[in-house]
Design a protein around this ligand. Structure first.
Ligand code: GDP
Length: 338
């Protein structure tokens, strides 16, 4: 019999790549989405899998809805990827963020606790839980210090999973994923924004772009590599939590420099702070300026993983480096203009 999997957040970047990966492993894939959300299966369509997934209407904040769906499907595995995942918006919508990211998980765990069938759960934890940790590189023993409502909601969920694993022996774990990008990345995230807008500038569709803190550093990996790690975590017997990242980090400014190099835009940086600018040397015009609008009330300045435990126990390591990710995202963006 085919293994059955329920993915919450199926319409997101990770939901779509994970669904594709699990279809290749011959799973029967059920994808949960909110009927009243801006239902948009563009990503599933782009991966050519929209007809292969059974979409299920799920109100993740309603216990009765979660209970009904899980008992009807009786999945072997659940991947809880549904979340309000944009850090900047979590400052504007803290209640919504904590409701979606924290309280909804209690519904899933309670249903699992009462289920006769053994169900395994993967919970999407995040590097944002570490906030401005002073550690140069972060491993599973690093203390949490979240710096946003999003980070706080995810720390809470992380501890919930641990609690249910220890107290009720549930088969559940959390993957602490560092930033992961791809052509399917949401438009609001900085990598996708930079690539889209620089490609637009290159194609004379835009003159200038505005960014916030370009000195923040992130450990950027490739989303399709990371969904395999999620699956590997659910295949080991003694469930545990794992850091998933590349072990390298770059600033937003370095990301811009690499992208401009790939797109063959010759640039130089001038000015400081809010007056810093990126000049296109061909036109001598500024193509990037800094705007306060994109600064956050509190930012996370440095995130770099130490993914050694995942290497040792899961035999997982990131395969795609940042230059390769930039190439894939730029090529996809340029082809979307044609
Ligand atoms: P995050 O790590 O989940 O918050 O991923 P993002 O891609 O949203 O942001 C990464 C970093 O880029 C953060 O430190 C932001 O403050 C910084 N950043 C600078 N300018 C921008 C911008 O215009 N948009 C976004 N999303 N982030 C920006």
């Amino acid at each position: 019999m085919k293994k059955k999997v329920l993915i919450t957040g199926i319409m997101g970047q990770d939901g779509a790549y994970l669904a594709k990966f699990l279809l290749s492993k011959k799973y029967k894939v059920y994808g949960a989405y909110r009927r009243n959300s801006n239902y948009e299966n563009n990503r599933l369509r782009r991966l050519g899998i929209e007809d292969k997934i059974e979409l299920i209407d799920l109100e993740i904040n309603e216990f009765t809805s979660v209970n009904y769906v899980i008992n009807k499907i009786k999945p072997d595995e659940i991947y809880n990827l549904a979340a309000m995942s944009f850090v900047a918006s979590s400052f504007d919508q803290p209640l919504y963020t904590i409701n979606t990211n924290f309280f909804a998980l209690i519904n899933i765990l309670e249903v699992m606790k009462n289920s006769k069938k053994k169900i395994s759960l993967y919970q999407a934890s995040t590097s944002e839980m570490f906030g401005n940790s002073t550690k140069k590189s972060i491993n599973e023993n690093t203390n949490f210090d979240p710096a946003s409502p999003y980070g706080i909601s995810k720390v809470g969920s992380h501890y919930l999973v641990r609690l249910y694993r220890k107290a009720y022996n549930l088969d559940c774990c959390s993957g602490i994923l560092f930033n992961h990008e791809s052509p399917l990345r949401g438009e609001e995230f900085v990598t996708k924004k930079i690539i889209r807008q620089l490609c637009e500038i290159l194609n004379n569709k835009r003159k200038i772009m505005y960014l916030g803190n370009i000195y923040a550093k992130r450990d950027w990996g490739f989303a399709p590599d990371y969904v395999e790690a999620m699956w590997k975590m659910l295949q080991i017997k003694n469930k545990d939590d794992f850091i998933i990242g590349t072990g390298k980090c770059y600033s937003i400014k370095e990301f811009i420099n690499k992208t401009c190099k790939y797109l063959k835009i010759n640039i130089k940086w001038t000015g400081k702070g809010i007056n810093e600018k990126c000049i296109n040397l061909n036109s001598n015009k500024a193509i990037i300026k800094i705007s306060k609008k994109f600064y956050r009330p509190l930012d996370v300045n440095h995130l770099k993983s130490n993914p050694l435990k995942a290497k040792k126990i899961l035999n997982w390591a990131a395969k795609t480096n940042l230059s390769a990710i930039i190439k894939k995202m730029c090529d996809d963006q340029i082809s979307s203009f044609n």
